[in-house]
Design a binder for this molecule. Structure first.
Ligand code: BG6
Length: 304
């Protein structure tokens, strides 16, 4: 984006002292939010929340120190938006995993300050010939991002076409933790899950999830809050959601992380993905004129 394009964007959508647009790492266009509650950086590519830190807290969102920032490349960390499918495309292996939303530009639709000083930014995926080639459906999608002491995100998909469409989606959030080996994830006990590290076999979660090796699971029938309990930082991150009946828990551990090349050497120790998804058999059918809303709220709570 050129200086004059940033100027135009700032004239229309900057909120003095709270929200400004400018070049970020790798030259990617970013929105920088800083209000009385928190700071956040959001890349316009992918509507990708890269950081969110309530004032006085450790970062809540993990961003890899080795992340690459380049047009068309997904950022390792933050909150990638997976849309309009999750994981591999159901029938065409040539299409990108987790869809294309995270690697294309989104446009700014609206920005505003709420009365309580939270900051709202609304972005819409910019449709192009390339996106239409991969997804020939009239389904505009928006991301509503609200930055405060909590982070709220809502992914809204409209079906403007005359036929039903089926989508998968996810807010594929990387959370920052002090040391993954000490963390417990509550809220998934009793849920069936597909264990991708064990050939996709179906299992059932007993008690909290703990991680000491590669974990890649799609939890089904998961609608309750997930709590990421981090004793060393004496906090838990509460993940609340609507419009999602599955959750993915992922940590690549040593070997996978090393292969990925953008994880950093010890990055896997400080992160866990707890993703609010419509994944695997949990897909969403949207009728003509209908919409689907995937909503999440992340909140940091002290551990007593
Ligand atoms: C998770 C998947 O959601 O995303 C994993 O369950 C995958 O299988 C991970 O490895 C990261 O995906 P990507 O495409 O960002 O490397």
């Amino acid at each position: 984006m050129s200086t004059s394009e940033f100027d135009a964007l700032n004239r229309q959508h900057a909120l003095p002292g709270k929200l400004a647009f400018g070049p970020g790492p790798g030259g990617l266009a970013v929105a920088v939010v800083n209000n009385s509650h928190a700071s956040a950086i959001i890349a316009l590519q992918g509507a990708h929340v890269m950081t969110w830190t309530p004032h006085g807290q450790q970062p809540v969102i993990w961003l890899s120190r080795a992340a690459a920032f380049a047009p068309g490349k997904s950022i390792r960390g933050g909150v990638p938006i997976c849309w309009p499918w999750f994981g591999p495309h159901p029938s065409d292996a040539k299409l990108p995993g987790h869809g294309f939303a995270r690697t294309v530009p989104w446009e700014v639709v609206e920005s505003r300050s709420l009365r309580d000083d939270r900051t709202v930014l609304v972005l819409r995926l910019a449709e192009t010939e390339a996106t239409r080639k991969q997804w020939p459906h009239a389904t505009p999608v928006e991301a509503h991002i609200t930055v405060g002491t909590t982070l709220e995100m809502e992914l809204v998909t409209h079906n403007n076409g005359s036929a039903p469409v089926t989508i998968g989606d996810a807010l594929h959030t990387y959370f920052e933790v002090s040391d993954i080996r000490e963390v417990k994830i509550h809220g998934l006990g009793g849920c069936p899950y597909l264990d991708k590290v064990d050939g996709g076999s179906r299992k059932q979660q007993q008690g909290p999830v703990t991680i000491g090796s590669e974990v890649d699971r799609v939890y089904l029938d998961s609608t309750a809050d997930c709590l990421i309990e981090d004793p060393r930082w004496r906090r838990r991150i509460r993940v609340s959601k609507r419009g999602s009946r599955s959750s993915v828990v992922w940590n690549p551990w040593t070997e996978k992380a090393a292969k990925m090349g953008d994880f950093g050497t010890r990055g896997y120790l400080n992160m866990v993905c707890v993703e609010s998804t419509n994944a695997a058999e949990d897909v969403v059918n949207i009728g003509p004129g209908g919409e689907h809303r995937l909503w999440v709220r992340y909140a940091v709570e002290p551990l007593s």
